[in-house]
Design a protein around this ligand. Structure first.
Ligand code: F6P
Length: 735
């Protein structure tokens, strides 16, 4: 309707203007046209009479004349005038006030327009034939009222015609516009839908539009809500302040599978390990700031020895600020719940890495039992009826529902750290309804990107009976409503690992010495868990492609790949390790010379400080995950580069690519494209590197982990306040 008006109004205005200008012109034209007719008619009449006329007309002649013109309905009267302008004879209809025309006829005739009370008239005067000087004039008086009538009709027809024209023009314009718009929208939709498929680029006409829309979406993925427009420097202190003011007395309980501190027995000594886990990297500073309790699986060999009788241990060990509560699992439980359902079922289900998910009923039983164990621990640890429970990840899809049964007033924020698949993919899970309804007992369910939220809503839409409000992004099942929102996770800023780091030159020197690299070598770094979703073998193949297509880098480039062993008892993980090692060996055999190797693969765990030093020493960081919820390595690299230097190569299938737009974005399935991106990164001017890195640093600094948590807590605070308002009074009336 709006679009119709947008087209119709200007068109109508234009056509109305034309009509307004054209209708008097039309009337004038009609007037002149018919007056000309009357004049010709008068001339014809006179010509037909003139032979029978002489200078002195007798009464009989006049009577004959009058009888001959009686049939002419537009002729009012006739009269005779002397050459001096005296009216000597006139017919009965001669208008009384009318005299002879003042001016003698020019070339024997004259036409004069006049107006009587009854309407417009025309007098036509013709010189009568004579032997000598003119003997007088014959004068006809014509009634012109019919011309007025016809002018009015002409005016009305003109307006009518233009109105019809305007209607048809508007209808045609709107139709054409609608069809064109529909075509454009379809083409842009297809362009956007194919965006991840390099084989189906958008058509050239819409390519730039699709690009703009994608950029806007990426910008939008930063989720700037009105409240976020007010720039706040998010720090541990501002988060504490937020908790105190917005969520007073809220008891914080964090739940995850992986624990933030692992106590291991190394040769009879207890050593504390920080796990290679994005979840822990992100959540630990938050929990330090908020205090409370973190419930996790005690997986370290010395974990039992390090807890009190309640299975509690205060952490961080050097400056305790919260309690870690450990849950003990049997080997069978770990096998079924963690390796089985979580990592052989849900992990490949949610990541597009073309590894077939395995769903075994026995694993599901363990998953349910372990979720129950954690839920019971949450309920047991809760000191209030409405704690703030932060449930982490795909290990605990059933926990929100189980907790809600015992603590109906709890505020449960669940964060899903990995992607959410589309409904087709999700439909293969035999326990899809249980998983969805388990999650929908959360007050808030968060994903990294809007795209994953949409996939989740579509899955709910497909498999559950509920009300979905897409405008507010909520799902209501029975009496409970869950807010589904994107909260792109981030890291601590400034990174704690930066403390005590040597300057960039110092880091470079140390790393080059450690790995025996000559000074002219340009260094790329890759850091991840040894996981098939990370695309490590493909990254190695990209190095091969670089050396094939840009041989100038042979002997001058090295990729140092750190891969922390992970879930190594699973076949798919063993396979990717073997594949990566084989590919690295083959490439090193092919190109290596004089002690130089293009790929150094180190499959062991490194701590945060070691990794930070590697980031600071490198020219490039390569993150080429086949699929990744966010990928915090990309953000950690950016945070480590306080010299504003270094190039980030980033997979388009990592959530981080929606925020770190200044990285060189690559398709990890396009080996040659990745090789070219490495070449581009190595060849980039220092100004370019600096400009890009500065923008990425601004992004990570502003949207840091405190911002991530702050947004969720603000949403939680709003929900709690609303629940408070809606709570019935003693008399049963809502406030
Ligand atoms: O990415 C999903 C995730 O659970 C992260 O949250 C964490 O960084 C990683 O996997 C670690 O996996 P795990 O705890 O199984 O070693």
């Amino acid at each position: 309707m709006r679009m119709t008006l947008r087209f119709a109004l200007p068109l109508l205005l234009i056509l109305g203007g034309i009509t307004w200008a054209a209708s008097p012109l039309m009337a004038n034209l009609v007037d002149r046209w018919f007056r000309g007719d009357v004049e010709s008619h008068a001339q014809l009449l006179f010509d037909s009479l003139k032979d029978s006329l002489t200078g002195d007309l007798t009464e009989d002649q006049i009577a004959t004349l009058i009888s001959r013109i009686n049939g002419d309905k537009h002729l009012l009267a006739l009269g005779l005038c002397t050459p001096e302008g005296q009216l000597t004879r006139r017919s009965a209809g001669w208008p009384p006030p009318l005299g002879c025309p003042a001016t003698p006829p020019d070339r024997g005739r004259a036409f004069t327009k006049g107006r009587l009370k009854s309407g417009p008239i025309l007098t036509s005067a013709f010189a009568l034939p004579s032997q000598g000087p003119t003997s007088g004039y014959l004068v006809f008086v014509h009634d012109l009222r019919f011309i007025d009538d016809r002018s009015r009709w002409a005016e009305a027809y003109t307006v009518g015609l233009f109105a019809l024209l305007a209607t048809v023009a508007v209808a045609v314009a709107v139709l054409i516009t609608r069809l064109t718009m529909r075509g454009w929208v379809k083409a842009v939709r297809e362009g956007l839908a194919n965006t991840a498929d390099a084989r189906l680029p958008p058509s050239p006409e819409i390519a730039s539009l699709v690009g703009d829309v994608q950029k806007m979406l990426r910008d939008g993925e930063g989720q700037r809500e009105p409240s976020e427009m007010i720039r706040v420097d998010w720090t541990a202190d501002s988060l504490k302040h937020l908790l105190k003011t917005e969520l007073p007395d809220a008891e914080v309980i964090v739940v995850s599978n992986r624990e933030p501190y692992i106590h291991n027995d190394v040769d009879g000594e207890i050593r504390i390990q920080r796990p290679a886990s994005g979840l822990v990297t992100a959540l630990e500073p938050i929990t330090r700031a908020c205090g409370g309790i973190w419930i996790a699986h005690g997986s370290g060999s010395a974990d039992r020895r390090s807890v009190d009788e309640k299975d509690h241990v205060a952490v961080p060990p050097d400056a305790p600020s919260y309690v870690l509560r450990r849950i003990w699992l049997t080997d069978e439980e770990v096998e079924g719940y963690y390796f089985g359902l979580a990592n052989e079922g849900l992990w490949p289900l949610c990541h597009i890495a073309f590894i077939r998910p395995a769903f075994r009923a026995a694993d599901w039983q363990h998953y349910v039992a372990v979720n129950r164990k954690f839920a019971d621990a949450i309920v047991a640890e809760a000191k209030s009826p409405n704690p703030l429970v932060l449930v982490q990840d795909y290990h605990f899809a059933l926990v929100p529902k189980m907790v809600r049964e015992s603590l109906p007033d709890a505020t449960i924020i669940t964060f899903w750290h990995i992607p959410w698949p589309n409904p087709e993919m999700f439909s293969i899970c035999p326990w899809r309804e249980e998983i969805l309804s388990g999650l929908l007992s959360s007050s808030i369910l968060g994903f990294h990107t809007q795209f994953h939220c949409i996939n989740f809503l579509d899955s709910v839409d497909r498999f559950l009976e509920c009300h979905i409000d897409r405008e507010h992004s909520t799902v209501t099942t029975g009496a409970s409503t869950t807010l589904i929102r994107p909260y792109p996770i981030s890291i601590e800023w400034p990174a704690a690992a930066l403390a005590g780091q040597p300057d960039i030159a110092g880091c470079r020197k140390a790393v080059y010495a450690k790995f025996n690299l000559s000074e002219d070598i340009r260094l790329a770094i890759g850091v991840e868990r040894f996981d098939y979703t990370k695309g490590i073998p493909d990254r190695f193949r990209a190095v091969e492609s670089l050396l094939e297509n840009h041989p100038e880098w042979i002997g001058r480039f090295c990729l140092l790949q750190i891969a922390a062993p992970s879930r190594a008892q699973l076949a798919a993980y063993q396979a990717v390790q073997v594949e990566a090692q084989d590919v690295a060996r083959a490439i090193n055999d092919r190109f290596g010379r004089d002690g130089w190797q293009p790929i150094i693969l180190i499959a062991r765990h490194h701590d945060a400080a070691e990794i930070c030093t590697l980031f600071r020493a490198a020219d490039l960081c390569v993150v080429t995950s086949l699929h990744d919820g966010m990928n915090l390595v990309a953000k950690e690299f950016v945070a480590a580069r306080d010299d504003d230097d270094g190039v980030l190569i980033l997979s388009t299938f990592a959530g981080a690519s929606r925020e770190l737009l200044e990285a060189l974005i690559v398709n990890p399935y396009d080996i040659r494209g990745m090789g070219e991106a490495i070449h581009q990164g190595l060849s980039m001017s220092s100004d370019q590197r600096r400009d890009r890195m500065r923008l990425m640093r601004e992004m990570v600094a502003e949207y840091n982990i405190y911002f991530w948590a702050g947004r969720m807590l603000m949403d939680a605070a709003r929900i709690r306040k609303r629940q408070g308002i809606e709570k019935p009074l003693d008399n049963g009336e809502p406030i």
